[in-house]
Design a protein around this ligand. Structure first.
Ligand code: TNX
Length: 782
C-alpha cells in the first residue's frame, strides 16, 4: 500500500503532538482571519507555540523595539514575555528577523513552522507589518487588557508573502468640530497600525476650533480653541456667541502633546499629515486675529454650522501670508511628514469680490477672477512649503483656477477631481464621499444615531477602489492611495468616533492594502467575526449595523398587496421574523422570500448566526388603511427630484424612514402641497394622519399647518379641520411628525389635503430667507 505524502505528514504531525510536551493544533483556512487579507498565503501542517521560552532574534535596536511591542501584549494577556535578542542566531522556538533588500517597500515574508518563524523585509515597516500579521494569527485573547488563563498561544504553520497595493493608506480625524483628547488620538494610531494603515491625516483646523498650539500666535488657542457650549442643540441651529457669553467648550494640543503623538505614530510606521485649513474653514483664526479677514471683523468661534463660508482669510493682505508662513514654519518643526495639507475646500468668495485689497491683488497679478485668486493663494503657499522641503496637498477645490505646479490633490467630491488632477500629471489621493465618508450612516437611518447624512455601509466601503474604472495605466500610476475621513459635526466624542470608525476601518484597510483580485466580500464578512471579538477585548465601541435587518416595502398595484422584503448587509445570516408583535427567537419563522401582506401587521425581525441573535430587533409597522391604493390627484405637484414611488406614494401604506432619500418621501420645494384623494365611495371616517419630516440641516422643515376638506362629488369641499404645528423649526435633529385630524362621525368620498409649507428657511438658520423643502410620506385614512 502506498501512502500519500500529505497523509504521511499528517500522521507524523499527530505523533509529534502525542510525543511533544508543546501544545499544538491543526488549523483550517477558516481559522485564519487576517485583516487586511495578505497578498499570498499558504497554510501548512502544524503550529508554532509562543511561550516564555520563545525568543525573537533580531538584527538591530529598531527591530527589537518592533518585537517588544508584541511581547508587551503577551506580558499583559498571557503573563509571560518572549525574549528579544539582538545579534544572536541560535535557539529553538525562535522568531528570526532578516533584512532582505529584494522585498518590496513595506512588504514582508513570513514563514511559520512548528519550531521557528522567519520574517524577512527590506524596511522596518515590513517587519512591523509581519508582527501585526502574527498578532492577528494569535488567539483574539492576545488583545486582552488583563490576564486570560487556559489559552494555547498558537499560530498556524504557514507562509505569507505580503505587500500593500497602495503607499497612501489613510484615515482622517476631524478634531475641530469636536475636540478629541490626545489619549484617543494615540488609540486610533494603534488601531490604524493593527490594520496596516500608514497615514493619519489630522484635521487640526476648522471653523469651530483651532487645535494646535502656535507659539508666535498664542490667541489661536487662547481664543480660537474655545466656543460657547451649545452641545444640546442641533448642529445647524446653534446661535452665535453673544457679548459677555463664556466660551467653555473646546481644547487644543500643546506642542509637547504633538511631539509625543508624532513619536508614538513613528514607532508604528504611521506618518501624521497635519491639515492647516486655508483660505476658508478658519472662523476660529479670525476670531483670534480679525485683521486677517477682508472686513476686519469682529468674529466669534461658531458653536455649530457655518454655511456658506464667507469669512475667510483676505488674499489681498500681505499680513495673511506672513501669518500663514509663520504658522507653517512651526508646523514643519513639529511634523516630519513629507506632505502638509492646506485644506482649500469650500471657500465662498463673496468677501473677496467686495474687498479692495483682494481686487487690487487680482489686477496686479493679472488674474481673471476670484478662482484664480484662490489659485494664486495656494501657489504662493506651495512655494513656501516647498522651500521647507515639503509637498503641498489639498482638497480637490485647489484645481479651480489652476493647480499649483507640484500640488497633490485629495479628491473628496467623488473621483472627478482626482481623475482630472492625475490627467494633468499630479499625484492624487482618492477619498471620494461616495465610499470613504465615515460621517455617513452605516445602517438604516431610523436605527442609527444622528449622522451627517449619506449612506456608506460596510459593504460600500469594502467595494472602494482608489483606482477609478475610467483611469488608464498612466493616470492610475498617479494614485498614491486612498483614505477615509471622519468629519465630526455629529460625533461628539471618542466613543461615538469609534462607533463611526469600526468596523468600516477594517473594510477600508483591505481596499487600500489587498490586491484587487484577492478582495472577497463574503470571505471578509467571515473574518469580521474574529475582528469583532478583537474589538471586544480592545473595548472598542464598534457598530453592529451590518447585522441589522433592513425592511423594504413596495405596493403591488395589480394585486393590491404590500410586499415586504427583508435583508441584511452581511451574508450567511439567517433572518427570523414574527408578524404578531412578538420578539423573534431562534425558533421563529425563517425569512426566505418577500412576504405578501393584505392586512395591517407589526413585523419584528432580527438576524441570527449559529442559532444566536446578532444585532437589534427591527420593528416595522404596516398599516393598511381606507386610502391604501386609491387614486391621488395633485393640484400642487411635488418636486420631481423627490418623487418617492410616484403618484401612489402618499397612499401606498409605506412610511418613510429618517432618511429623506429612501424613496418613500415626496418633497415640495418652496411650495405648499395640495392633493385630492378619491376613496371611490362615501366612506365613514375616524381620523386622518399626514406624515411629515424635518431635518433642518438639510433645509427640510415641517409644514406650518395642514387643512383637510371633504366632498361627496369632488367639486364642492367642506372644511373638516386644520392641524397646526408649534415646535421651534430649527431645533432638533431629524423629526418625524404625524399631523392627526380627528374626523369622527364624518363621511367623505373625496378628501383634499393642503399642507402649508414654511417655503423659506427661518430666521437664525444657515439658509435664512432661501427656499426650503417640505417632505410628506403618507396620508392615512382611518
Ligand atoms: C465637506 S470634505 C467638508 C467638511 C464637512 C464634510 C461633511 C471637505 C473637504 N469639506 O468640512 O465636514 O463635508 O461631510
Amino acid at each position: 500500500m502506498k501512502t500519500k505524502p500529505s497523509r504521511l505528514i499528517a500522521v507524523l504531525f499527530c505523533l509529534s503532538v502525542v510525543f511533544s510536551c508543546q501544545p499544538s493544533k491543526q488549523f483550517t483556512p477558516r481559522d485564519i482571519a487576517i485583516v487586511p487579507q495578505p497578498a499570498q498565503l499558504a497554510l501548512h501542517e502544524g503550529s508554532f507555540n509562543f511561550s516564555g521560552k520563545t525568543k525573537f532574534l533580531v538584527e538591530n535596536e529598531e527591530q527589537a523595539s518592533i518585537a517588544h511591542q508584541l511581547c508587551t501584549k503577551f506580558k499583559t494577556a498571557a503573563n509571560f514575555q518572549p525574549k528579544v535578542k539582538i545579534g544572536e542566531s541560535e535557539g529553538k522556538n525562535t522568531i528570526r528577523f532578516a533584512t532582505n533588500p529584494a522585498i518590496a517597500p513595506e512588504g514582508y515574508s513570513l514563514d511559520v513552522t512548528g519550531n521557528s518563524i522567519s520574517i524577512q523585509a527590506s524596511q522596518p515597516a515590513g517587519f512591523f507589518y509581519a508582527i501585526q500579521t502574527i498578532r492577528q494569527l494569535l488567539p483574539v485573547e492576545i488583545e486582552s487588557k488583563e490576564l486570560v488563563k487556559d489559552i494555547d498561544w498558537l499560530i498556524p504553520a504557514l507562509s505569507i508573502q505580503d505587500e500593500p497595493r497602495f503607499k497612501w493608506r489613510g484615515f482622517m480625524q476631524d478634531v475641530s468640530r469636536h475636540f478629541m483628547p490626545k489619549e484617543y488620538i494615540l488609540e486610533i494610531i494603534d488601531y490604524l497600525a493593527m490594520n496596516k494603515m500608514n497615514t493619519f491625516h489630522w484635521h487640526l483646523v476648522d471653523d469651530q476650533g483651532w487645535r494646535l498650539e502656535i507659539k508666535k500666535y498664542p490667541k489661536l488657542t487662547q481664543v480660537g480653541a474655545w466656543r460657547v457650549d451649545h452641545e444640546d442643540k442641533d448642529w445647524s441651529a446653534r446661535p452665535r456667541q453673544k457679548p459677555g457669553e463664556k466660551a467653555t467648550y473646546g481644547g487644543f494640543y500643546t506642542q509637547d502633546d504633538i511631539r509625543e503623538v508624532v513619536e508614538y505614530a513613528q514607532q508604528r510606521y504611521i506618518t501624521i499629515v497635519p491639515e492647516i485649513e486655508m483660505p476658508a474653514h478658519i472662523s476660529c483664526a479670525l476670531a483670534a486675529y480679525p485683521e486677517l479677514s477682508c472686513t476686519g471683523g469682529p468674529f466669534t468661534v461658531p458653536s455649530g454650522d457655518v454655511w456658506p463660508i464667507t469669512d475667510i482669510y483676505c488674499a489681498g493682505n500681505e499680513k495673511t501670508f506672513q501669518f500663514l508662513e509663520d504658522v507653517i514654519s512651526e508646523v514643519v518643526t513639529l511634523f516630519p511628514s513629507p506632505f502638509i495639507h492646506i485644506g482649500g475646500d469650500e471657500a465662498d468668495k463673496t468677501e473677496w469680490k467686495k474687498c479692495k485689497k483682494c481686487q487690487a491683488r487680482i489686477r496686479k497679478e493679472h488674474l481673471k477672477n476670484e478662482h484664480e485668486l484662490q489659485s494664486y493663494f495656494v501657489k504662493r503657499m506651495e512655494k513656501f512649503i516647498n522651500s521647507k522641503g515639503r509637498r503641498l496637498i489639498g482638497w480637490d477645490e485647489i484645481l479651480e483656477g489652476g493647480l499649483a505646479p507640484q500640488a497633490t490633490v485629495m479628491s473628496w467630491r467623488g473621483y472627478k477631481g482626482g481623475i482630472e488632477a492625475a490627467a494633468q500629471g499630479h499625484d492624487v489621493v482618492m477619498s471620494p464621499n461616495s465610499h470613504c465618508y465615515f460621517d455617513h450612516y452605516q445602517g438604516p437611518q431610523d436605527l442609527e444615531p444622528l449622522a451627517w447624512g449619506g449612506y456608506s455601509p460596510l459593504s460600500k466601503v469594502y467595494a472602494f477602489d482608489p483606482i477609478h474604472e475610467s483611469m488608464d495605466e498612466n493616470t492610475a500610476a498617479h494614485v498614491l492611495g486612498g483614505q477615509a475621513n471622519l468629519w465630526c459635526e455629529f460625533v461628539p466624542g471618542p466613543k461615538h468616533a469609534q462607533y463611526m470608525t469600526f468596523p468600516r476601518l477594517a473594510a477600508l484597510s483591505e481596499a487600500v492594502w489587498t490586491p484587487k483580485e484577492k478582495k472577497d466580500w463574503k470571505n471578509f464578512s467571515h473574518r469580521m467575526i474574529s475582528q469583532l471579538k478583537r474589538y471586544d477585548f480592545l473595548d472598542i465601541n464598534y457598530s453592529k449595523s451590518a447585522y441589522l435587518v433592513s425592511c423594504q416595502t413596495q405596493y403591488n398595484t395589480t394585486d393590491k398587496l404590500v410586499e415586504l422584503k427583508l435583508s441584511t448587509e452581511l451574508p450567511d445570516l439567517k433572518i427570523r421574523y414574527s408578524l404578531n408583535g412578538e420578539e423573534p427567537t431562534a425558533a421563529s419563522k425563517e425569512y426566505t422570500s418577500p412576504i405578501q401582506l393584505a392586512q395591517s401587521v407589526e413585523v419584528k425581525a432580527a438576524s441570527f448566526q449559529d442559532g444566536k441573535r446578532v444585532g437589534k430587533v427591527v420593528t416595522h409597522k404596516l398599516k393598511i388603511h381606507k386610502a391604501t391604493g386609491k387614486r391621488v390627484d395633485y393640484q400642487i405637484p411635488n418636486n420631481k427630484k423627490y418623487n418617492g414611488s410616484g403618484t401612489i406614494n402618499l397612499v401606498n401604506s409605506v412610511r418613510g424612514s429618517s432618511n429623506f432619500g429612501d424613496g418613500n418621501w415626496q418633497g415640495w420645494y418652496g411650495e405648499d402641497m395640495e392633493v385630492t384623494l378619491n376613496l371611490e365611495e362615501s366612506t365613514p371616517l375616524q381620523k386622518i394622519t399626514v406624515g411629515a419630516l424635518q431635518k433642518a440641516g438639510s433645509w427640510i422643515f415641517l409644514p406650518k399647518n395642514i387643512s383637510f376638506y371633504s366632498s361627496q362629488d369632488g367639486k364642492t369641499f367642506e372644511e373638516l379641520g386644520e392641524v397646526m404645528h408649534h415646535t421651534d423649526p430649527i431645533t432638533g435633529g431629524t423629526i418625524k411628525h404625524d399631523f392627526v385630524l380627528n374626523a369622527k362621525d364624518k363621511k367623505a368620498k373625496y378628501i383634499k389635503v393642503i399642507a402649508h409649507a414654511l417655503k423659506k428657511c427661518p430666521r437664525h438658520h444657515a439658509g435664512e430667507g432661501k427656499k426650503c423643502w417640505m417632505f410628506i410620506d403618507e396620508i392615512e385614512i382611518e
